[in-house]
Write a new protein. Structure first.
Lengths: 110, 110
DNA sequence: TTGACACATTCCGTAATGGGAATATAATAG
DNA sequence: CTATTATATTCCCATTACGGAATGTGTCAA
């Protein structure tokens, strides 16, 4: 079984750093494809293909206006990532506490 | 330029769902490889390889004890993902607000 | 209609994947 | 030393990805 498709879920889609860049760029406001091409310094076909991946997993939406196509981020779709990462938040505390304790023991033993 | 290696960064490493499962399993406490194999119902070699990927990006650490190798999660390493996802948090508000406004306009126009 | 513009899709080559089987390595027991 | 247990590594392979070049599609202007 080879690697999962980039379009199989949000986690695979955001594995590519260019796509993460695109999302950050689109977070604040919608943009036509040409702007994204210019911003990323990538070829237009590449950008279009990245956008298709992002569309397939619901991370962006598009809107046609005249000859341009405007893309915007669908911020909701990031939630699975956010939630998953957050499940570890409660363990940070523990880990930091352990580090702190170790440091204190070291300090006392001097 | 083909796809980035799974070991190139944390985002690529967690693209695989099995590896996410492993991390969740290791978050609460350290475990020997055998336990992970049993938990995931995957082949032992596969698990070992997944663990190597996770080690390469610093998401897990290992400790040898007799014949067993115990793995534990390094929760700190998840931070890039958490932080990146959180950059969009402030936009949720806006998006939810827009949805709400649209609903209200619809309501009024009835 | 023709041309131009903005974007999408297809084709190509290179490189890496994850699983299973087989094999190698490390550590302990006897 | 030998056998056994617990992991790691290697080999194999079908599959997919990315970027660039070329080409297709859709919209508007003249």
């Amino acid at each position: 079984m080879p690697r999962a498709a980039t379009t199989s879920d949000v986690f695979n889609a955001i594995a590519e750093s260019r796509r993460r860049d695109i999302l950050v760029y689109l977070a604040s406001c919608e943009r036509p494809v040409g702007d994204i091409v210019e911003e990323l310094g990538l070829g237009q076909p590449s950008v279009s293909k990245h956008l298709k991946v992002l569309r397939d997993v619901g991370l962006v939406r598009m809107r046609r206006e005249a000859r341009q196509v405007f893309y915007r981020m669908n911020v909701e779709a990031i939630r699975p990532v956010h939630d998953w990462a957050r499940t570890f938040e409660r363990y940070w505390r523990h880990q930091l506490m352990r580090v702190k304790e170790r440091a204190e023991r070291k300090h006392r033993s001097r």
